[in-house]
Design a protein around this ligand. Structure first.
Ligand SMILES: [Zn+2]
Ligand SMILES: [Zn+2]
Length: 445
């Protein structure tokens, strides 16, 4: 079979080439003759060279820009300016307080002067009276012993009363902690430290611990009452989650006089929608610094020791839909249920208790609320939700072995919205997989 002859597709200034095409250019998919393919290749080469030259000069520009970068005055000067400014304002405020308190002291002194004078006048009156008494006694022919002893007692009284002035004082006490507090904080949240130093060829790349000595963590603390507070905790760079909790406890103790134990806290990474991971106390802080979503510290309903953890387990759950006024909780909440022989009823009770705590006035008729639950985790999402009432009397121990990154998603459903019969047909395990035995059992029905 004879080869089909193709003509060269090149046209120089609208002048068509009549040579036979010898090859196709992979760049523009045109058939070209030998002459033109060489010319075309030279042209492309020249273009590429020009582009590379451009890139080279862009990189040169960037490198001189980066080399000439200096630490900004925002960092070098502003903190000093700010702290001096703060100092001036704080001094000013303190001066104002001193002035006000001096006026108070003067008023107190004025009040005291009245009291002091009253006491003094009273004592002087007594002395005048006793002197008069003595003058009277001088004139009498017989002086009764009783009169002498009465006088002696009265004089003793006056002598003793002189001491009461020593016990008077106007006290100046300062409250702790001082009203004025100031913190220095470094924000490098967009810096992701490279932790692969050994594989990196650059000698200047550094790990977190060789650069900074302390890590600052922003954490949210969730009380059992549902109250959430935000805290900044400074910890040694080689510290652990446990150290961070200890630091938090120390601060709480200093400011609120509350003594807590490390075992009464659960640290997790979470966002509004779910828990990403639970942290053991021995997790190195530098391995999570600036890498996690939000650090949440939960106050736990029991101490997390082996004994308690054999009896109870903690589930993190998120209310999704159906809360009054369509409220969305800011964070997942903690539920406590029995570890063994746990029934659906126990989870329902724990959910009721939580809602009662958070909405004491709105959630009164517990029988009217039903819970639809499903579990989500990092890697899988369970699509089928299960009505918890169907599991009320069933032992659900198997489903409580939730992984550290799993969250129980809860929807509230009103009484009139549910049809129990429909639910049974789409009954699924809490962990999302439908057991084959269950399927078989159903098909036999
Ligand atoms: Zn081409
Ligand atoms: Zn040609």
């Amino acid at each position: 079979m004879a080869a089909v002859t193709k003509l060269c597709k090149a046209d120089d200034n609208n002048e068509k080439c009549h040579n036979e095409a010898t090859a196709m250019c992979h760049h523009c998919s045109r058939d070209l003759c030998l002459d033109h393919i060489i010319k075309h290749a030279q042209l492309l080469d020249a273009n590429n060279h020009a582009i590379l030259k451009d890139y080279f000069s862009i990189l040169t520009d960037l490198s001189s820009k980066i080399e000439s970068l200096l630490i900004s005055t925002d960092i070098l000067n502003d903190p000093f300016v700010k702290i001096k400014q703060w100092g001036i304002e704080a001094h000013h405020q303190i001066d104002e307080i001193i002035e006000k308190k001096c006026q108070e002291i003067e008023m107190k002194i004025e009040d005291y002067r009245q009291i002091f004078n009253a006491i003094r006048t009273e004592q002087l009156d007594k002395i005048t009276r006793y002197k008069q008494k003595i003058a009277d006694l001088f004139r009498e022919t017989q002086i009764a012993n009783k009169a002498i002893s009465n006088l002696e007692r009265s004089i003793k009284h006056i002598q003793n009363d002189l001491n009461i002035f020593n016990e008077h004082k106007i006290e100046v006490t300062s409250n702790r902690p001082l009203i004025h507090s100031i913190n220095i904080r470094m924000h490098v949240d967009n810096w992701k430290p490279s932790n692969c130093c050994s594989s990196s060829s650059s000698s200047t790349s550094s790990s977190v611990s060789s650069i900074i000595h302390q890590l600052e963590f922003r954490l949210k603390y969730v009380r059992l009452s549902g109250i959430v507070t935000c805290h900044y905790i400074l910890v040694e760079v080689n510290g652990t989650i446990g150290d961070l909790i200890d630091k938090f406890i120390a601060i709480q103790e200093k400011t609120l006089m509350i003594k807590q134990k490390r075992d009464s806290f659960l640290a997790v990474e979470a966002n509004q929608y779910r828990v990403r991971q639970r942290f053991q106390n021995d997790i190195q802080l530098k391995s999570i610094f600036n890498k996690i979503d939000q650090l949440i510290l939960y106050e736990t309903p029991f101490e997390l020791n082996i004994n308690n953890l054999q009896q109870y387990c903690l589930i993190l759950c998120r209310f999704q839909n159906g809360l009054p006024w369509d409220i969305q909780f800011g964070l997942p909440i903690l539920l406590q249920v029995p570890r063994f022989q746990c029934r659906g009823r126990n989870v329902i009770d724990a959910l009721n208790k939580t809602l009662k705590t958070c909405f004491p006035l709105l959630i009164d008729d517990k029988n009217n609320i039903h819970y639809e639950v499903k579990i989500v985790s990092n890697d899988h999402q369970m699509n089928e939700a299960t009505l918890l009432d169907l599991w009320a009397d069933k032992i659900i121990d198997d489903y409580l072995l939730m992984a550290d990154n799993e969250t129980l998603i809860v929807n509230l459903i009103n009484n009139n919205e549910i049809l129990l019969n429909d639910q049974t047909t789409r009954l699924a395990r809490l962990d999302g997989t439908l057991k084959t035995t269950e399927k078989r059992r159903k098909s036999r029905k």
